[in-house]
Design a protein around this ligand. Sequence first.
Ligand SMILES: [Zn+2]
Length: 214
Amino acid sequence: MNFIKMILDIMITPMCLICEREVSNGLCCNKCFFELSKDFNDFDRTKSLGIAKAISVFVYSDRTKKLIESFKYNGFERVGKFFAQLMAYKIEKNKSLFKENSIIVPIPTSKARIRERGFDHTHFLANELSKLTNLQYKKLLFCPNYKISQTKTNDRWENSKNKFIGIDIPEYKNYQIILIDDVITTGATMISAIKVLNELGYNDIICLSVAMKF
Ligand SMILES: [Zn+2]
């Protein structure tokens, strides 16, 4: 399977990122790796989130949670690159869900969170995924504290009882939006984002996450 090669290609780490015990030659020890392989969303199960469908690389579990946290809170870029490779593989493998003219849009992280962690995890994933797939990466969503003066003043903004604000760029309305997040549990975050984008006239949206709770 492809992902075995992917894991072997990743830099050597002295500690398993999942059980934090045994020494390993990849992201995790052999024992955790075999357990992790059970969490792959092998049958490409999707979940409906309003007008959009969501698909993930992994099913959410204690193991995938641990691995995502090592990326999100410790900023382990090699883990993020590994996730991006698997997300690219999902896109490549699911031609019925993902269209060729699509753009990658991350769920935004608030500035306070980025400052706290020193790291914008969804930006990292979206950027890596864009490099791997050659799909455009565009920030269309922002947290409400984002300074509007930073963009062109004639852009229309969808505000703002919502969790996010969105930016109206007519040329992207014909594209499929691939919304990226690390984890989908209830889907509430994605649904907020979908609502904002949809109100702006982006009608073709699909969600892709590292892990998802079914
Ligand atoms: Zn382990």
